[in-house]
Every structure is written in structure tokens, then in C-alpha cells.
Design a protein around this ligand. Sequence first.
Ligand code: DAK
Length: 260
Amino acid sequence: MSYETITVGIEAGVATITINRPKVLNALNETVLTELTKAFRDLKKEASLRAAIITGSGDKSFVAGADIAVMQEMTPLEAKAFVDLGHKCMHAIETAFFPVIAAVNGFALGGGLELALACDFIYASKNAKLGLPEVNLGIFPGFGGTQRLSRLIGKNKAKELIYTAKILNADEALGWGIVNSVYEPADLLGAVKKTIDTILKKGPVAISLVKRVINDGTDLDLTSGLSLEALTFPVIFSTEDKKEGVKAFLEKREAKFIGR
Ligand code: DAK
């Protein structure tokens, strides 16, 4: 499948999705959001897929936000359609059955940070700059940032970042708990791939189910979340992978998981 504003490559069960509008620092317009949504819908049909990476083209920007130019003449109804499209896109990414890692290789501002927040976690390059500066434009984050950032770092820190439009460098974002690790720009993709290699050695069904339990469970009260864990846990006992994993441990060898 070929796209106008993104590229999608799949190698050994790992998809790399690159936002490709370098002239506007990979800003998100309707086409990018539509293509990303479509790409993730298609990737979810690939049962053999094990992980995905989202990054930006070039070495300056992951995504510098929603496309400010398209917002200039937007009516409220068009803004509603744009926000719905953005939410649909972030949801398609967040609900992938495989881990999705954001490789933030430069600016991740506004909608760009919101895109990264829809991924399972974020690795950043040392030159990354992250923030939700929408209030500079007299608007506020509309692609999930108000909710996902608050859940990730807590309400008060999210409010400070959003109210002040502060732009964090990579090390500050690490300190704020927004990114998991920081690397030299040349090492970023290698580090993401190394983590994915580690994940690929684990049971794919277990990874898929635990992602869902964490995502769905953390939005519930503790009792309901624990109940979700308890009710999902037995499902894993129906898999070949569970039998293989336990057998391999007892036989002191590496497990060979098949994803069933
Ligand atoms: N949109 C469109 N074009 C952008 C852009 C963006 N977000 N960011 C950069 N560009 C364009 C610049 O206009 C410039 O284009 P030309 O002048 O070359 O034609 C080109 O990319 C290179 O940018 P600069 O020349 O500015 O590069 P610098 O290195 O000097 O500065 C910068 C880089 C990232 C600091 C600067 O470009 C900048 O401040 N960009 C805007 C960052 C920003 O404010 N991002 C948040 C956008 S607001 C909504 C839902 C969600 C949202 C909005 C509405 N609805 C439901 C309606 C979310 C909003 C946002 O994300």
C-alpha cells in the first residue's frame, strides 16, 4: 500500500511508520491522520506483526503539531470533524494488538506529542523538544493530550505543561516522566529496535493481552482493574505459548513462541 504523507515498511514482523512531510516539519493534516488510521487498520490485519515504530522523516522533527495552516479557516463543525479524525487515528494506534513505540527524533509539539502519547511508550533523541504549546495559538490540545498526558504524569504536571506552553528538552521530558529513555540522534532507532528485539523474544499473546489489560485497566478503579486482570489471566493458559514457555524454563532452554 502506498501513501502520500507517510511511509510504511515491514521487516521481520516489525512495521516502521514514518510521517513524511518534512517541509512543514511533518505537521498533521487531514491526509496524514487518514493515512495513519488506514495504515494501522491494515497492520492490525497482519496476524504475524509483532511491533511497530512511529517516527518522523528527517532529523529535525518527529511531528511539529497539527497543521496550523489548515486551522486558519476552520468552522466549529470542521474543527469537530478534525478532532474526531484525530481521535480515531490515536485510538487506532493505541488499540493495536502489538506494542507501538514512538521514536521522537526532534520536535514533538502539540498534535505531535499527542501522537507519541498514543503509543505504548516514547524513546527520544537528545535533540528532541516536547510540549503542548496550543495555548500560544489561543486553542488547547484536542487530539487526546489533555487526557493521556494527565493519566501519564498526573493532572497537576499536565496542567503546568499545558498552561505555560513550556517546551521540554529530552532530558527534562525524561524527568517529567513523558519519555522512557534518551539517546544520541544516531542511536535512537537502534535503541528502539533493540528493545523491540527483547520484546520479540517473549510470548506474543502474553504481550498483546497484557497491553490490553494495562490500557483498559488503568482507566478503571483498582477493584475493576484487578478484576479485568484476574479474568483475562486464565485466557493465557489456553495458549501453546504458555505450555512452551513453562516447558522451556523447566528444560533450561530458550522458549520458541509461535504466537498461539
Ligand atoms: N503546522 C504547519 N506548518 C508548520 C508547523 C505546524 N504545526 N510547524 C512548522 N511548520 C512549518 C513552518 O511554517 C515552516 O514553513 P515555511 O515557512 O518554510 O513554509 C516550516 O515548517 C519550518 O518551520 P520553521 O521555519 O518555523 O522552523 P524553525 O526551526 O524556525 O522552528 C518550530 C521550528 C517547531 C519551533 C516552529 O516551526 C514552530 O513553533 N512550529 C509550531 C509548533 C506548534 O505550535 N505546534 C503545535 C501546533 S497546534 C484541533 C485538534 C488538535 C489540535 C488543534 C486543533 N481541532 C480539533 C481543531 C492540535 C494543535 C496543534 O498541534
